[in-house]
Design a protein around this ligand. Structure first.
Ligand code: NAP
Length: 287
């Protein structure tokens, strides 16, 4: 059994990106920039934003976090996005989710210029992904594929089951796995005979947001298991995944851990997307 170490892989990839940032700075005379908008004072969101800030700075990407009060009006937020859309020094704009209930998330995400949408949530990017056109690919699904490839796991022809059908994880991951020629099944909270389906998976991607829900019984002997979940264990209050690692590890051939698996890869892919957006902007400018 092998643990696929997302933390170590992200360190290696960040080192390469750091060299790329230096190289392109010499060519284009400016650094890439990511602007993160944080609304409210949710502790979880603040911690995610700090992680993104730290990782950006580590590799030389400029990072600005704009913190706004919970009571901000939607129109004010939209106007700020308009301003950032028109700011030539900003390559990536990310609005940290969740947003307060009085703000229409869809309206906000759609306001971000699609070529600065480093999360890959804008409808133009979503449509392009499903049409197999060039686009900004959502960070977590991109990180999952990068993890599988880093471990030289064969995807083509394999039976991949994805637990969860969210627009940010389950659905785009299904599409990326299909593009790699896997046979893909998506299961969700209404699926009947869940274990029967998951236990046929060669590759099982778990993204359901239920602490330690998936046990060894869900898993085929020798399967590859990618745990996307980030939860607090109700008993210990420690960070844990959607898989019960101790029982899953006895069945899996490859498995990721929480923390240290998909999480660091998500941040790494955010940096890759920002760098990609910057290069597109620079190429347009100097074309
Ligand atoms: P979400 O929007 O809440 O979606 C959860 C999905 O899981 C839904 O499709 C739901 O089905 C399904 N589900 C819930 N309980 C289930 C069960 N018992 N059996 C089968 N399916 C079930 O969550 P998300 O945003 O995709 O996130 C999923 C998890 O990944 C969370 O723990 C989140 O914190 C984590 N996450 C981690 C990263 C990272 O970077 N590591 C990034 C994003 C998310 P229905 O559609 O029927 O409701």
């Amino acid at each position: 059994m092998t643990i696929i170490d997302g933390k170590q892989l992200s360190i290696t990839l960040k080192q390469h990106m750091k060299e790329d940032v230096l190289y392109y700075k010499r060519i284009y005379s400016r650094l890439p920039k990511l602007t993160v908008i944080l609304v409210g004072d949710d502790a979880g969101s603040q911690s995610y934003v700090r992680g993104k800030e730290k990782a950006s700075l580590e590799i030389g990407i400029l990072n600005e976090t704009i913190a706004l009060p919970e009571i901000i009006e939607e129109e004010t937020l939209l106007n700020l996005i308009n301003k950032l859309n028109n700011d030539e020094t900003v390559d990536g704009i990310l609005v940290q989710l969740p947003l307060p209930e009085h703000i229409d998330k869809t309206r906000v995400l759609e306001r971000i210029r699609f070529d600065k949408d480093v999360d890959g949530f804008h409808p133009v990017n979503v449509a392009a992904l499903w049409q197999k056109k060039s686009c900004i690919v959502p960070c977590t699904p991109k990180g999952i594929i990068t993890l599988l490839k880093s471990a030289n796991i064969q995807i083509a022809g394999k039976n991949a089951v994805i637990m969860g059908r969210s627009e940010i994880v389950g659905l785009p991951t299904a599409k990326l796995l299909l593009d790699q020629d896997a046979s893909v099944t998506i299961v969700h909270s209404k699926t009947e005979n869940l274990k029967k389906i998951t236990s046929q998976a060669d590759i099982l991607i778990v993204a359901i947001g239920r602490p330690r829900y998936v046990t060894g019984e869900f898993i085929k002997e020798g399967a590859v298991v990618i745990d996307v979940g980030v939860n607090r264990d109700p008993q210990t209050n420690k960070l844990c995944g959607d898989c019960d690692f101790e029982s899953c590890v006895t069945k899996a051939s490859y498995i990721t851990k929480v923390p240290g698996g998909v999480g660091p890869m998500t941040i790494c892919c955010l940096l890759q997307n920002t760098l990609e957006a910057y290069l597109n902007h620079m190429e347009e400018k100097y074309d």
